[in-house]
Ligand binder design. Structure first.
Ligand SMILES: C[S@@+](CC[C@H](N)C(=O)[O-])C[C@H]1O[C@@H](n2cnc3c(N)ncnc32)[C@H](O)[C@@H]1O
Length: 244
């Protein structure tokens, strides 16, 4: 696969993931499906059309399929990953589809999914960030591109489910935006280390607290000098530290 022309290469690029998937059989970020199934079942119906972004070599898709979620589309921008996963699941999960695709430029029509689900994919995009309170302009744009695509492909009333280690005070800064046209709810799971499931429902309003957070962040951004804050690339340390 080639990079899209606008690829800015700041985060772990497709080359990194291709190399990893050439040797790694499977890896589960933030626990397997059984750990958050009870939460997901509250927000996803068996008959929903589901899009999984950055599926990786996780067993989440096939675990969901086994649990009765039969309409699942998987995308990842690593063709190595997609080739391996489609071959692995062809016989066992015939209804499930696999596509090499960039989450920033989904080739699906508007309003085509009831649910968009990601686990660790946005975290991978934020991996070079040193300060989660101040996400760099480039990464904020990258995340915004993906979130806009998610909004576009969700049906009215559709849900974006995001599984991450990022706590609400960090992640809500990215998700709680009036422009996306969704509400933000948070649940958590995990023993010892806590993970989070964010549920963003298209067509619902932000809570007063989330709307106030957005206003405050906008005011802070307007008060900043025009000079754009930049960050040097970090080492592998952050990725290693979330390799849980
Ligand atoms: C941290 S891994 C998570 C894998 C899997 N979701 C899991 O739970 O184990 C991030 C995945 O996102 C994919 N990815 C990163 N950026 C992407 C993009 N722009 N479009 C599609 N997939 C992307 C990577 O190839 C990788 O498979």
């Amino acid at each position: 696969m080639e990079y899209l022309p606008d690829h800015n290469c700041r985060y772990k690029d497709v080359g990194y993931w291709d190399e990893r998937y050439k040797t790694e059989q499977s890896f589960e970020w933030f626990g397997d499906f059984s750990k958050f199934q009870h939460l997901l079942e509250q927000h996803v119906k068996k008959e929903d059309d589901i899009l999984i972004l950055g599926c990786g070599n996780s067993s989440m898709s096939s675990d969901m399929y086994d649990a009765g979620y039969l309409s699942i589309t998987n995308i990842d921008y690593s063709s190595v990953c997609i080739d391996t996963m489609s071959a692995r699941h062809l016989a066992k999960c015939p209804g499930m589809t696999w596509h090499q695709m960039d989450a920033r430029k989904l080739s699906f029509p508007d309003a085509s999914y009831d649910v968009v689900l990601e686990k660790g994919t946005l975290d991978a995009m934020l991996v070079e960030e040193k300060d989660p309170w101040n996400v760099s302009q480039d990464t904020a744009c990258l995340i915004d591109q993906v979130l806009k695509e998610i909004c576009r492909v969700l049906k009215p009333g559709g849900r974006f489910l995001s599984v991450t280690f990022a706590q609400p005070h960090f992640r809500k800064r990215l998700y709680a935006r009036h422009d996306y046209g969704w509400s933000v709810r948070t649940c958590s799971y995990g023993d010892g280390f806590q993970y989070f499931l964010y549920v963003l429902t298209k067509g619902e309003k932000l809570s007063p607290e989330d709307a106030a957070l957005e206003r405050r962040l906008l005011e802070e951004a307007q008060a900043l000098p025009t000079e754009v804050r930049t960050q040097e690339s970090d080492t592998e340390a952050f990725l290693d530290s979330i390799d849980l």
